[in-house]
Write a protein that binds this ligand. Structure first.
Ligand SMILES: [Zn+2]
Ligand SMILES: [Zn+2]
Length: 232
């Protein structure tokens, strides 16, 4: 029955690529898939920033306390990845969570396998709550499913903050400073654990750095971070 309904829907709305709009059985057609700006070769081993040559500490993280042990992003925040993330966040394209998660688990298998627990950046603002879903949580849940790891909400905003992407780069750090708190379900202990923190886009890193700080304070041994994209 499900197959019949899908067949009927496909007849009226033939499935098409979310990037180029051409007919495609996959969310993204093979041509557009090849154009995704994956970060494969040279990057900072600490924060994942794409660099000309691989380095252990790039200019952006030299002398900066980041609290996570390492951060990796699937690709650069450029088209067509940028547009796909936009659709994922703002156009209710929730099925992109699985699409992205399958790339993340494939690319970062070594990073994910020692992790005890997966968690995610919570919803930032009432505006996001209106949207009805947290894209970082959806992504985290699909990664957890594929990697067979437990996932738990751990971070909450203890005060109101503005959406990071509405702010200038230098304002972002203050916006999230001391904004997180930890709330755990009964029986969950973070002490000594290696935690994977998931977010959608790494811009200045302020959000994941602040969140990592709070997780470390709660006893987490190591925070590893994965984001879908990285503003180069
Ligand atoms: Zn396409
Ligand atoms: Zn770096």
């Amino acid at each position: 029955m499900k197959g019949l309904i899908k067949g009927f829907i496909d007849l009226i709305y033939p499935p098409s690529c979310l990037v180029c709009g051409h007919s495609s059985q996959e969310l993204v057609c093979p041509d557009c898939l090849r154009k995704l700006p994956f970060i494969n070769s040279c990057f900072c081993k600490k924060c994942g920033k794409p660099t000309l040559h691989s380095v252990f500490n790039c200019q952006a993280c030299k002398g900066k306390r980041v609290y996570f042990s390492l951060c990796r992003s699937l690709g650069k925040y450029e088209e067509p990845l940028k547009g796909l993330i936009h659709q994922f966040k703002y156009s209710h394209r929730k099925n992109l969570a699985f699409f992205f998660a399958s790339f993340v688990t494939e690319h970062f298998d070594n990073l994910i396998s020692p992790v005890d627990l997966i968690t995610f950046i919570p919803m930032l603002s009432p505006k996001e709550r209106e949207r009805g879903y947290n894209q970082a949580e959806l992504l985290g849940r699909e990664i957890a499913n594929l990697a067979r790891k437990p996932i738990e909400p751990t971070l909450y905003f203890k005060r109101k903050i503005k959406e990071q992407n509405t702010l200038k780069l230098e304002e972002r750090k203050n916006n999230v400073k001391d904004a997180f708190s930890i709330k755990l379900r009964f029986g969950l202990d973070l002490k000594g654990k290696t935690v994977l923190l998931v977010d959608d886009v790494y811009t200045t890193g302020s959000t994941v750095i602040e969140a990592s700080k709070v997780l470390k304070k709660a006893g987490v041994k190591e925070v590893r971070v994965i984001t879908l994209a990285r503003v180069p």
